[in-house]
Design a protein around this ligand. Structure first.
Ligand code: EPZ
Length: 430
């Protein structure tokens, strides 16, 4: 078990290059199972969720050849199983994409119910509704078993009752190799949905409308392979924007798609942070006092729920009282007690957090409880006076490539140390 030791209250100056998007990579890697050929994927983030998915694919018979730090070649021609290894699947939420990918290509999938960050009920009924509409019979228990008679799904019309990133991507994957045309209405529009559609199209699929709420997928007989580069990570970039907003200084955040950042940039600018959009970079500077704002998380292009904990950390240091409403998950404020240990004044009532700005944070020992919660604690610790020890950083390493190295390069005093096992009390839910 590792922890971060952060001596905060130092402004950040310099450049940070953003890695490939985690939530695109964790869909595109399973989607590589659908390719009856070789695909080369570039700009892959080096994070533990990705490493785990490679192991899952290899267990099914795919050949995964790491070409360099950020590029991999996946050959799925010899895939011989539709039952990914239970204990690996349980460690990562995105393993539900294995259902869509395997069902689409082989007509069958048996996948353990996915684990993942715990922020309330996380049903997959919309995924199942989509697979069923395409002709699969789906049984749920400890495992999801989906199968279609005759081995091939049939295109259909699917209306999503809730806007779901995972269900949109999963049904899109399954439909890519179905017989006939599928339409997904009330689809999610996140940048990683467009990225998955682009990946599948590069491999030979026929998908139109990704990025709107109506996606049309004409099923093809086969996906044949090719090369694809994953988009930059919107949330990683947003996290470093939050870090400079909290700690002060100026960062040039490189390798971003500025349009994807609008929802985050707009809020930070409203708070008084300077954000300048360049070609594929953002210049972010905090000089004066931060002002209060209200935030409500929503599906894209709204303010992302995956930035909610980080923005609460920043608002905790703003002048005045802000209201943050969580519009996507039922319970995503579990980290608030840890921020309070640093001196934050936050009251949570259901899906609303009332954040009363304080002058400063003071370092303390705290624990990450999930990926973005952990990122928020890092943001807060960078601003805090004195030393903060953050434990359970394995959650953070699921989604942030070389967080320590990137922050050290811009002047942060952060290091990774071993934590003796006996201090670890939390259950690892992946
Ligand atoms: C994805 O989760 C992301 N994970 C999450 O990011 C992110 O918070 C979320 O989208 C929302 O943007 C990955 O991409 C791997 P949803 P996902 O289906 O797809 C309800 C991070 O920190 N719902 O869009 O699982 C659900 O309960 C992670 O990187 C149903 O009711 O989220 C929630 O309230 C954490 N039935 C809402 O929809 C369903 O079948 C949105 O969930 C599916 C979802």
């Amino acid at each position: 078990m590792n922890q971060y030791i952060i001596n905060g209250h130092r402004p950040l100056f310099g450049e940070i290059t953003i890695s490939g998007a985690k939530n695109a990579a964790v869909a595109i890697i399973p989607a590589a199972l659908m390719v009856d050929g070789v695909c080369r994927i570039e700009n892959i983030p080096q994070i533990s969720d990705v490493t785990l998915l490679f192991s899952i694919l290899e267990g099914l018979g795919a050949r995964v050849r790491v070409l360099n730090q950020h590029a991999v070649e996946i050959d799925s021609r010899q895939v011989h199983s539709t039952k990914p290894q239970f204990d690996l699947v349980r460690q990562i939420r995105a393993s539900y994409y294995l259902i869509g990918a395997l069902l689409g290509r082989f007509g069958e999938a048996t996948v353990a119910m996915p684990g993942g960050c715990d922020f309330g009920v996380r049903p997959i009924d919309q995924h199942i509704k989509g697979f069923t509409a395409l002709g699969a019979k789906v049984e749920e228990g400890n495992f999801v078993h989906a199968k279609v008679e005759g081995g091939r799904l049939t295109g259909a019309s699917v209306y999503m009752d809730v806007v779901s990133v995972g269900a949109t991507m999963n049904v899109m994957m399954a439909a890519a190799l179905a017989k006939g045309t599928t339409t997904i209405e009330n689809a999610a529009k996140e940048p990683h949905i467009v990225d998955l559609a682009n990946f599948l199209n590069f491999m030979g699929a026929d998908i139109k409308g990704a990025g709107t709420d109506s996606i049309k997928i004409r099923g093809v007989d086969r996906l044949t392979g090719g090369t694809y580069s994953i988009i930059p990570d919107q949330i990683e970039a947003g996290t470093y924007m939050a870090a400079v907003a909290a700690a002060g200084g100026q960062l040039l955040i490189k390798n971003v798609i500025p349009k994807h950042m609008d929802c985050i940039s707009a809020k930070l600018m409203e708070m008084g942070v300077y954000v300048e959009e360049l070609d594929d970079a953002l210049l972010v500077r905090r000089s004066g006092e931060l002002q209060r704002v209200n935030v409500k998380t929503l599906p894209y292009p709204g303010f992302p729920t995956d930035m909610q904990p980080q923005i609460v950390a920043v608002l905790s240091l703003a002048h005045g009282t802000s209201m943050v409403t969580e519009g996507v998950w039922s319970n995503r404020f579990r980290y608030v007690d840890e921020l309070k240990r640093l001196g934050a004044h936050i009251q949570v009532d259901g899906r609303v957090a009332v954040v009363e700005g304080v002058d400063h944070f003071r370092g303390a020992p705290i624990q990450a409880c999930d990926l973005r919660a952990g990122a928020a604690l890092v943001v807060a610790a960078l601003a805090a006076e004195g030393t903060t020890e953050i434990s359970h950083v394995q959650y953070i390493e699921r989604g942030y490539e070389d967080l320590v190295g990137k922050l050290r390069a811009v002047g942060a005093d952060i290091r990774l140390v071993d934590l003796p096992e006996h201090r670890s009390t939390m259950k690892d839910i992946g």
